[in-house]
Design a protein around this ligand. Structure first.
Ligand code: NAP
Length: 529
């Protein structure tokens, strides 16, 4: 059993565990309200810590090949697997999640790490990557251009959101470390404990070179000031904080490369012609109810808007409502509970305010307030799932709030459409999203809709009856597929298999004689000077 005490968690920077000099911020249990641990980063020598990571961690990582770094990730995975039970305990206490929801974060992290560990093997003993084929630069073929990708000589700073303290760390750190770039992670304060504990276990294991992985818990003050030209910054969080980050001199003046994953009004779309008795209809209702309730809707990929033909509106409201009504809500320690708490009072209040805002343009089709709480009282951050809806397809054109407002909780809105063109137009009013799932049985119609949605979504998840038992879920981010979305979703790109490594590499064109470029065909023998 992990001892839950109100200890101040140490930060790990410059190869040392360091306690902040302030009183810190308390992390609490969203069900019982009790204080768990405190975090604080006051007084840390950030400049020395960032330099140490760049100089020591970066140099030692770049001296290794992709295969060797992949092997290190494999060893890190074993350490995390050995401590998995402790991570679940922390998640229950600090995030208020039921076991299945903790698994999305914790086991999702371990799975992603494992995928990148294996990729190291496929990249082999080289220290840089070839990018495409050589290209002739003139009539004489001797002088050619070959693009290569080499790891950036900086540090990767990660600033993460509260909802994925485990996966959010490793989905970023695995590609960075595999690329040979040291990582400094600043988790969201509300749930920093799980991230800090994972880093602690990995640091204590001594597997990674010193300075390859650091953690700073507490305020973000001063972090961006440390970033230099060859550093990279990967941010996940709200659009408001993203705007602050984009305007920082590190980005505007020092050209620090930035990846932003922000909020997103993801959609589910039932194609025209799919009746209430169709398998596609049932698959949509199931997935919507699941997405609304997994992690209490605190998933960046969760379905927020559901589009159905206007003839199916009433049936969809009933089918989704029936499923939501079966969701038991309350203390995640009670085994009958299927949906735990929102992460804290601030988020709880924000969801209530967001719901009231959406209700001014929608009707309540299933009321979260109708759910009795199990082993939790009104002072907890538990809230039942709420399905909202507009009344008719013409009304859906007039409602703007549902397309603009991300309520980060168990809330979604059902919206009727007149025809496919109308549906696609409404989906696109989200201004760019992480994911849209499309439900139907006609392969040609599914393809046509997916192509129409691809430019405004990082991922289009197509659910036809033949993959009913196989598909990986609307909201589950698989490391093989791209995660990120254009426009409002932040414009970022993460994962997508080896594509994730691009962010941590610099592309360069080597222009030379074919004799010189031929040296690149034995890359294992060329280390990075
Ligand atoms: P947030 O309030 O924007 O915080 C995100 C992170 O930024 C936290 O670590 C926070 O630290 C830090 N931060 C706050 N102010 C900062 C500043 N001025 N400079 C630098 N860093 C700063 O977001 P959140 O409430 O944790 O997360 C919820 C949001 O994240 C939702 O909108 C959700 O859609 C989005 N999200 C997106 C994805 C995705 O992949 N697209 C994934 C998950 C969540 P403190 O915690 O210490 O304030």
């Amino acid at each position: 059993m992990t001892a839950f005490t109100s200890e101040l968690l140490p930060n790990y920077l410059a190869g040392q565990w360091q306690i902040g000099t302030g009183v810190g911020s308390a992390l609490s249990d969203p069900v019982t309200g009790s204080e768990l641990v405190r975090v604080d980063a006051t007084g840390l020598d950030l400049e020395a810590g960032f330099d140490f990571a760049r100089q020591q961690g970066g140099t030692d990582l770049r001296a290794l090949s992709y295969r060797q770094r992949g092997a290190l990730l494999g060893s890190v995975l074993k350490v995390l697997q050995a401590n998995r039970d402790a991570y679940y305990e922390i998640a229950t206490a600090n995030s208020g999640t039921v076991k299945n929801d903790s698994a999305v974060d914790i086991d999702g992290a371990l799975f992603t790490l494992g995928v990148y560990a294996k990729m190291g093997e496929t990249l082999g003993d080289r220290h840089f990557l070839l990018d495409g084929e050589p290209a002739r630069l003139g009539k004489d073929p001797l002088f050619q251009s070959q693009h290569i990708q080499s790891p950036t000589r900086g540090v990767a700073l990660f600033i993460n959101a509260f909802n994925f303290p485990a996966w959010g760390l490793w989905e970023k750190a695995a590609p960075a470390l595999l690329s040979g770039v040291p990582v400094i992670i600043k988790p969201a304060t509300a749930t920093a404990w799980l991230t800090q504990r994972m880093v602690r276990d990995v640091v204590d294991s001594g597997i990674l070179p010193t300075g390859a992985l650091s953690v700073i818990c507490g305020s973000s003050t001063g972090l961006l000031d440390q970033l230099q030209t060859f550093d990279v910054l990967s941010f996940t969080g709200s659009a408001e904080t993203a705007a602050v980050i984009r305007s920082h001199p590190a980005v505007t003046q020092r050209s620090v490369r930035v990846n932003i994953e922000a909020d997103s009004l993801n959609s589910a779309l039932l194609l025209p012609g799919e009746g209430a008795d169709s398998e596609s209809f049932a698959l949509l209702a199931k997935e919507v109810a699941r997405e609304m309730t997994v992690k209490s809707g605190q998933k960046c990929t969760a379905i927020r808007r559901i589009f159905v033909p206007e003839s199916q509106y009433a049936a969809a409201a009933e089918a989704i409502g029936e499923r939501l009504a079966k969701t038991t809500v309350g203390n995640p320690r009670n085994e009958t509970v299927r949906m735990g708490a929102l992460v804290n009072r601030t988020q709880f209040d924000a969801v209530r305010i967001g719901l009231d805002y959406l209700k001014t343009q929608t009707a309540v089709l299933h009321d979260g307030a109708s759910h009795a709480l199990v082993d939790a009282d009104a002072s907890s951050c538990c809230l039942g799932p709420t399905l909202l809806g507009t009344r008719n397809a013409a009304g859906s054109d007039a409602s703007d709030r549902v397309h603009d407002t991300e309520v980060f909780g168990p809330v979604a809105t059902l919206i009727p459409y007149r025809n496919l063109a109308h549906a696609l137009q409404l989906v696109r009013r989200g201004q760019g999203s992480l994911v849209c799932s499309v439900y139907g049985s006609d392969a040609a119609a599914l393809t046509q809709a997916a192509i129409g949605l691809a430019d405004s979504h990082g991922r289009v998840h197509i659910v036809s009856p033949d993959v009913a038992a196989l598909h990986t879920g609307h909201g589950n981010v698989m490391p093989q597929s791209l995660h990120g979305g254009p426009g409002r979703a932040g414009g970022g790109e993460e994962l997508g298999g080896l594509r994730a490594l691009n962010f941590y590499h610099r592309r360069s064109a080597l222009q030379a004689s074919g004799t010189v470029l031929a040296q690149l065909s034995a890359p294992a023998e060329i280390a990075i000077a």
